[in-house]
Design a protein. Structure first.
Length: 732
């Protein structure tokens, strides 16, 4: 209580706000005057009291009426109304009945007559009547000596009103329900922790194994009680304390941000005070050894606090008080690494704001001749990215990730690998494609070296359609939304091949090539559920195919070398750009099969990726026929896939219909190479074995009849089997 305490029923009006009133006859007879001071500063002659005595004035009623005011020029006080004093509630140090002696922090015993009280004296610490204060004269406490001119007693008062929150140097007006709740939980934890820590300090006496007996009896090791007692060692196990702190931290993470921050900071201060009483190093576990357990707990606490300082919108004053509290903790030697853990750059810091606005792309600036970098701990980086993504500020995320530096380069690189996707969210697809191929800095490799086949497919789908996933995860299965104009077909072609050539893992992966072929054979429109729409292409003239194949060799060579090529407009004309792109992809796949066939795990996916564009698949098989061992190896791989995926193929045929099955059979049965013809025969056998579930058999028979399948040049080896198969169809 820094000034006089008044009950709620009493209202004190400052002197300068009182309206002049004439006293009644009864009031004229009263002699004394009390003036209430408006501040705590000592008034000359009052010894720091908040009560000012004015001597009674002997004036006649006529003189009173003539002068409605009495002005004290020295004190600048105006007396507008006088009456006899009523003693109101006041702090003990302001009592006018009993004198008070002031010292800075005397708590041993009452000074002078400080213990004497009147009926209206209040305890400055407890904020209750002095007669009800339990520590009024208690040794080592002595609340009777408390006053408002001592920093010590002010701190005692704040602690009494704020509890453990007083150690955070918070103003009483700043203490809301969340902070008080966190403070209550912290006080309870401190009491429990004190019991557990004191138990830890007592230790446990244990026998050292394998000690020899030095007595005359020379008993076996461990059987001599005398020697065993002499070789007892006190072991200090921190496990119980560790478990208690862990439970408290788990509880803190479930509380509101302000309460959690108070609990985490309070726990950090408490465990920083813990000492290891062992005189020598004891071989204990990571939770039983204090020197290992405390840094582990500090790591968890500081990581959580770093995220909270970024994600939670703490008021600036509270933010600074939390940081100052942590910096005031005296860290033990095994926790020095956490000294600057909470030096988190605030959102309004000039270096950070210039980076986010795009004014400082490097994250560097000079201050007083020194070069400064935007360097942040990984939890801080992750939290900033998370908050910016929640606000859909994708451009700011890209600028931040390109500029920030971190001590954990590998995990930072994982975050930076998402830059191309965030650029796609802004509709900047061309910049996203370039970002995949060029590293963020000179010390890192390009993102294309680390993307997965699934991510490769998503990027091609984005570039093809101009749509992106609605969420912040590129692999989520939610709806897709339009973000910008899709890339031109020629640009899509070049960027896809550059990606494949930049990574050996992508180049050898069948899923990447099947995705590549499927994207080129799809429309640039998406279904409502985000699925691609197949785009059947008519077979272009043979002369056109030959021109594209002739030009593709040099184009692919330049793309592999990283040369920025432009596709010749004479070949890749607007009328047949889709067909030309698919022919170029066939040529690139032929080169891949020549080099990487032993590394392939499947070929059926590539066959299915062509969809109904069988002319492009036939072109690929014709290109492979130049190398018999490559064609045989491809056929063997395809036969193995068909034998392992019979059920899947039946479902595919059911969905695509008899027209697809018929063209599939014709493609392989009419192939000039016998090994490829065996693929068609194997397919026939699969259909015969599963006639009961092939509801499209009659339609397939009609297709064979209309297409003149019997007159096709099968070759003598398989002609008999095919004729028998067709005859069986006609009898159905």
């Amino acid at each position: 209580m820094d000034s006089l305490c008044y009950p709620a029923c009493c209202q004190v009006v400052p002197v300068w706000n009182l309206v002049a009133m004439w006293p009644s006859e009864k009031e004229e007879e009263e002699q004394n005057i009390i003036l209430i001071s408006d501040d705590e500063d000592e008034v000359e002659g009052t010894q720091g009291s908040s009560v000012l005595f004015v001597e009674p004035q002997e004036e006649s009623r006529l003189e009173e009426k003539k002068s409605e005011e009495m002005v004290d020029e020295e004190e600048d006080l105006v007396v507008t109304y006088c009456k006899q004093a009523n003693v109101m509630p006041h702090a003990r140090h302001d009592c006018t009945t009993h004198p008070f002696e002031r010292t800075e922090c005397d708590t041993c015993s009452p000074l002078g007559k400080n213990a004497d009280i009147c009926d209206q004296c209040y305890c400055y610490i407890c904020d209750k009547l002095a007669a009800e204060c339990p520590h009024w004269t208690t040794p080592s406490l002595c609340h009777c000596n408390a006053h408002n001119k001592s920093n010590f007693w002010k701190a005692q008062r704040n602690f009494a009103l704020a509890g453990v929150l007083a150690t955070f140097n918070l103003e009483l007006l700043d203490l809301d329900a969340e902070l008080r709740h966190g403070g209550d939980l912290l006080e309870k934890f401190i009491k429990e922790l004190s019991v557990a820590y004191n138990k830890y300090l007592t230790g446990e006496r244990m026998r050292l194994p394998g000690q020899e007996c030095f007595c005359k009896s020379k008993l076996p090791p461990g059987q001599c009680n005398v020697c065993s007692l002499q070789n007892m060692e006190v072991v200090y196990t921190y496990s119980d304390v560790f478990e208690l702190v862990t439970r408290f931290l788990n509880q803190a993470e479930q509380e509101s941000p302000k309460a959690a921050a108070v609990m985490l900071l309070g726990a950090a201060k408490q465990i920083a005070l813990h000492k290891d009483p062992a005189l020598s190093c004891q071989n204990l576990g990571h939770t039983a050894s204090l020197r290992i357990a405390v840094p582990f707990l500090f790591q968890r606490i500081t990581t959580r606090l770093q995220r909270m300082l970024v994600l939670c919108d703490f008021p600036k004053i509270l933010y600074e008080k939390f940081v100052a509290f942590f910096q005031s903790i005296s860290l033990p030697c095994h926790c020095y690494a956490f000294s600057n853990s909470l030096n988190v750059v605030p959102w309004d810091h000039v270096l950070l704001t210039t980076v986010l606005k795009g004014q400082n792309p490097t994250g560097q600036r000079r201050q007083k001749g020194r070069k400064m970098y935007l360097w942040e701990a990984l939890p801080v980086v992750e939290a900033r990215v998370e908050k910016l993504l929640d606000k859909k500020k994708y451009r700011e995320v890209v600028r931040y990730l390109r500029a920030v530096k971190c001590n954990e380069n590998q995990r930072l690189r994982d975050l930076q690998d998402m830059i191309p996707f965030y650029l796609c969210k802004t509709g900047n697809f061309l910049d996203a494609a370039h970002s995949l191929l060029f590293p963020v800095n000179s010390l890192a490799s390009c993102s294309a070296c680390r993307i997965t086949p699934c991510q490769f497919k998503v990027y091609l789908k984005i570039f093809r359609t101009g749509c992106v996933p609605s969420g912040n995860d590129m692999l989520e299965t939610g709806p897709w939304v339009t973000a910008g104009s899709p890339l031109k077909n020629s640009m899509l072609m070049k960027q896809a091949l550059k990606l494949l050539y930049s990574s050996k893992a992508l180049y050898r992966n069948v899923k990447c090539w099947s995705s590549f072929i499927m994207i080129l054979g799809s429309s640039d429109l998406l279904e409502k559920r985000g699925h691609l729409l197949p785009l059947p292409l008519e077979e272009p003239p043979l002369g056109f195919q030959e021109r594209v194949l002739a030009a593709s060799a040099s184009i692919l060579e330049d793309l592999r070398a990283g040369v920025n090529v432009s596709l010749p407009s004479a070949v890749f004309s607007a009328q047949l750009e889709h067909e030309a792109s698919l022919i170029l992809a066939v040529q690139a796949m032929q080169q891949m099969l020549y080099c990487e066939l032993p590394h392939l795990t499947s070929f059926l996916e590539i066959v299915l990726a062509f969809g109904k564009n069988f002319w492009a698949l036939r072109l690929l098989l014709d290109q492979l026929s130049c190398e018999e061992h490559i064609l045989c190896g491809t056929a063997n791989l395809l036969l193995r896939d068909l034998s392992q995926e019979k059920a899947m193929m039946l479902r595919v045929w059911q969905n695509l219909g008899p027209q697809y099955v018929g063209e599939f059979l014709c493609l392989f049965l009419t192939c000039r190479h016998k090994r490829m013809q065996s693929v068609g025969l194997f397919t026939l056998n699969v259909i015969i074995e599963n006639l009961h579930i092939c509801s499209w058999i009659k339609q397939l028979c009609t297709f064979f009849h209309d297409s003149g399948l019997r007159q096709l040049p099968f070759g003598t080896t398989v002609h008999h089997e095919v004729s028998k198969f067709v005859s069986a169809f006609e009898k159905l």
